[in-house]
Design a binder for this molecule. Sequence first.
Ligand SMILES: *[C@@H]1O[C@H](CO)[C@@H](O)[C@H](O)[C@H]1NC(C)=O
Ligand SMILES: *[C@@H]1O[C@H](CO)[C@@H](O)[C@H](O)[C@H]1NC(C)=O
Ligand SMILES: *[C@@H]1O[C@H](CO)[C@@H](O)[C@H](O)[C@H]1NC(C)=O
Ligand SMILES: [Cu+2]
Length: 670
Amino acid sequence: MASTTIKLSFFFAITLIFLQAVTPLNLQHPLDPLTKEEFSIVQTVVLHKYPTSKNSVAFHYIGLDDPDKDDVLKYETQPTLITIPRKSFVVAIINSQNHEIVIDLRLKTIVSDNIHKGYGFPILSADEQGVAIKLPLKYPPFIASVNKRGLNLSEIVCSTFSMGWFGEEKNSRTVRVDCFMKENTVNIYVRPISGITIVVDLQLMKIVEYNDRGIEAVPTAEKTDYRFSHQNPPFGPKLNSLVSHQPQGSGAHINGYSVSWANWRFHIGFDARAGIVISLASIYDLEKHKSRRVLYKGYISELFVPYQDPTEEFYFKTFFDSGEFGFGLSTVSLIPNRDCPSHAQFIDTYIHSADGSPILLKNAICVFEQYGNIMWRHTETGIPNEFPEESRTEVNLIVRTVVTVGNYDNVLDWEFKTSGSIKPAIALSGILEIKGANIKHKDEIKEDQYGTLVSANSIGIYHDHFYMYYLDFDVDGVNNSFEKTSLKTVRITDGSSKRKSYWTTETQTAKTESDAKITIGLSPAELVVVNPNKKTAVGNDVGYRLIPAIPAHPLLTEDDYPQIRGAFTNYNVWVTPYNRTEKWAGGLYVDHSRGDDTLAVWTQKNRDIENKDIVLWHVVGIHHVPAQEDFPIMPLLSTSFELRPTNFFERNPVLNTLSPRDVNWPGCSN
Ligand SMILES: *[C@@H]1O[C@H](CO)[C@@H](O)[C@H](O)[C@H]1NC(C)=O
Ligand SMILES: *[C@@H]1O[C@H](CO)[C@@H](O)[C@H](O)[C@H]1NC(C)=O
Ligand SMILES: *[C@@H]1O[C@H](CO)[C@@H](O)[C@H](O)[C@H]1NC(C)=O
Ligand SMILES: [Cu+2]
C-alpha cells in the first residue's frame, strides 16, 4: 500500500510540474478574454510609463486586441504550430488626453501609444459616475430645490445620463445627473425628481450647469417595491415545481472558454464593451464527417435607445448603451435557479475598474440545455392499414448573459440547435424611464406628454431599443457572398393555365455594400449568406439564411442629431467586407460622438462584397409604447432572429438524431 501511494504521489507531482510548465500558454485560446493577471500586466505597464504620482490616469477600456483572423483560423486547425501574439487594446484618459495604447502581454511592453484627437469620448467609467452622482447632494442650489419640494435629502440618490450631441461646437466630457427618491422603495426610477437640470463636467468633476424649472409631483412609492420581502398578499397565481435532472450529466463540455455540445463547437469570449462574444461556431456534419464553420464571430455591437420626449427634461436621452456604458461593464452576475435553471453551468470572467484593477464577475455567463419542444415529427394517415408516426424531442443549448444598464435589464441569449440553427434572442425587463407630472388621470392631459400615463403622476416615455448585431459569417470557409432572393408575382396572360398568377423567386448577388442595404418588410425576400465556392451534390450554393426579427425602422428624421449618430439603424441589414477595426457600428468613441465613424459612413465607400470575407449586420428593434403592465417592473418583452442552414446540408441533418432517453421519476431509471 505504502509504496503504491508513494508511486502515485510521485506520478502526481510530475504531472503537476508538467502542467504548471505548459498550462498557462497552451491552454489559453487566442480569443480568451483577458485574465486577472493580464489586466494586472496592463495596469502595471501603463502606470510604469505614466506613474500616478505625476499623471492623472483613468482606464476607460481594457480588452483583448483582436488577433489576426488568419492566425486564429490557422490555430484552429494546428494549435501547436502557431504562436499568436497576445495583446491588449487600451483606451485611457491620461492628463485629459485620450490615449489608445496597445500592449504586448507576454513581453509586457507598450507596442504603440497614440492620442485620439477626433470627436467623441470613450465609455464612461463606473468610478467617475460614482463620484458625479454624489455632487448634487452637497450642492447648495440643489439642496434649496430639495427643500422647496419638501423632500428629505438623505433619501435621494442620483444617476448619470449620457448627453449625446445636438450640434454644439463645444466638445467637453459632460453628463446629466438626474435624481430620484429611494424613500420607501428601491424602485428609484419610478420616483424621479422632475424639473431640475444638472450637468456635470467629468474632467473638472463639478457641476457646470444647474436649472430648476419648477415643481412636478414625485410619484408615490406605494406598491412600487418589487422585492418579495416588501410585497403584501395576496400572492398568485400558484405555480407548480419541475425537477430538472440530467442523469447522464450535461451534454455541454466547457473547457476554459471553449464549448462543445452535441454537433456544435464554439468559443465564448467576453469584452468590457461588447459583453459576450460568440466565436468560431462550427457544426459537425455527420455525412461529410467533418466540422464546418458557420460564424467566425457574433456579438452586439451597439444598443441605441432614443427617448421621444423633446423637452428640456428628456431630449438628450438618446443612449448608446454599449459605446457609452459598456455591455461588458454592465453585465451582472446571474442568479442561479432564477436566471438560469438548476442544471446550468456558470462561467466567471473579469472586467476592470478605472484604475486598471481586475474585477471578478462571478456567474457572468450560464450555459444550459433546454428541453420540451418538437424537433421534427410526422403522422402518416394516408397509407391504408399502416399508421407510421415519428416524433423527436428538441434539445437546445442556451448561452445567456444579463446586461443591466441603469433601469433596463437585457437578457441576451445565444441558442444553438442541433438542426444547425443559431437563434440570438433578446428579452427586456427592468424599470421604465418615468417622468413625473402633475397629472393623476388621463382626463387631465391637455397637451402631448410624449408617453403613457402608467400610474398617477407617472409618464412612461415613448422610446425605441435598437440592438445592432455584428455577425461575421464564415459559411464553410472565409469567402462568402450575400444573396437576396425576392419573391415576385408573375401574371399569366397567355391562357396557358387556369390560374391568373403565381409567385416565383429571383436571386441577386450583392456586388457592393450599397446592394446589401436592406429595409425588411417592404417586399418578401430571402436573405442568404452563401459560399459560392462550395456547392451541394445537387448544385446549390451552401448557405445560411437570416430569418430576421420583426422589423423596426427608425422614426426620427435622418437629419436629427441622434439619428446621425445612430445612422446604423437606417437599414435592418448591412453587409461589409471584414475589417478588423470596423467593430462598433456607432463608432469607437460614442459618448458625445458626431456620427463621423458609423457603419453608415464606412459603407459610403461602397466596397466590393462578392466572394469576400463579409460581415452581416442586423438591427433588431423594438418600438416601446409603455403600458400599465410595464409598471412598476416590466415582464419580459422578447424578440429573436434565426441563422438557419439553407442548402448547407445535403438533407435534414437531424434525421438520424435520437430523442434523449426517457427517464422515469422518481428513481431516475428507465
Ligand atoms: C430623512 O431620512 C433619513 C434616512 O432615512 C431619516 O433618518 C430621517 O429621519 C429622515 N428625516 C425626516 C425629516 O423624515
Ligand atoms: C478569398 O478571396 C480573395 C479574393 O477576394 C482571395 O485572395 C483569397 O485567397 C480567398 N480566400 C480563400 C480562403 O479562399
Ligand atoms: C478598415 O476600416 C478603417 C475604418 O473604417 C479604414 O480607415 C480602413 O481604411 C479600412 N481598411 C481597409 C483595408 O479597408
Ligand atoms: Cu423599453
